[in-house]
Write a protein that binds this ligand. Sequence first.
Ligand code: DP6
Length: 322
Amino acid sequence: MNTPSATALAHPNIAFIKYWGNRDNTLRLPVNGSISMNLDGLFTRTTVTFNSSKQDSLMINEHPVIGKGLERVSYILDLVRQMANINERAEVSSSNNFPAGAGIASSAAAFAALALASSRAAGLTLSEGQLSRLARRGSGSASRSIPGGFVEWQMGTSDDDSVAVSIASPEHWALADCVAIVNASHKKTGSTEGHAIAGTSPLQNARVADTPRRLDICRTAILNKDFDTFANIIEHDSDIMHSVMMTSNPPLMYWQAATVGIFHAVREWRASGLPVGYTVDAGANVHVICLAEYAKETEKRLRELSGVSDVLVAGVGGAAQG
Ligand code: DP6
């Protein structure tokens, strides 16, 4: 091994056409393709050092992590050790510059940074596609945090071709994500458990069958910078995913009253000329996507809504960097 240590940085992403449900939970092969944008200014930075210790270790924001969190990281390290043909254990140290519970999934940035840092530390030089596939094994949405800008994860036919690619650079379209933080009192069900029960909803088959149509509309709207079509399709896609969540067994209801309040406000604002649209992941917080020049106005209006405790603003982010 030439370099036993490497550091990498990756951005989280927000999905416009959502990933919900796997056809293979271990390989994280999704039932449908998805489209997202990386979030600039927010990142996870991870350092991986292979050494002579007996076990892998993990620190997140300076706190040691054991159990399930460490197992998930070791699973990726095992794949890297196999590829590099090494046996050394690793020390992994990771920090996020965005607050936990800010409504931004940290697993996407975390596993993208881990895939890049661990493969480099093991002496491997992987292609963007190989890195995206490796990150996918840790968290599906992490596959989309490897390439830069606007990204499409192609569902593929197998582990080899289920990979994310950039469809437009960060400079292509100046969008902003204004994340309205809505305080949720109860503990939510995580995405991994959610994916596993997606198929119990009678609506999931219809959602999946219709996904190529939504992907086409969204991709074309991004390429043409057609905001109105874009806003309508991301809201539609988010609503469809939440319909599946609400009708699965057990049912997942992520929305709070304030979440729905923001939906109504965003639609009123758009009808009166403000270029905004909403999308929601597996939580109560609302990602309000707007043309970047309207981010200040959007943030101001969101802060005035009842139930909104904070607003975070991010532009379009680049690729994971080593
Ligand atoms: C609702 O990628 O977090 O945010 O693969 O189990 O880690 P795991 O799931 P994850 O699922 C993301 C679900 C989503 C939609 C999306 O980001 O596409």
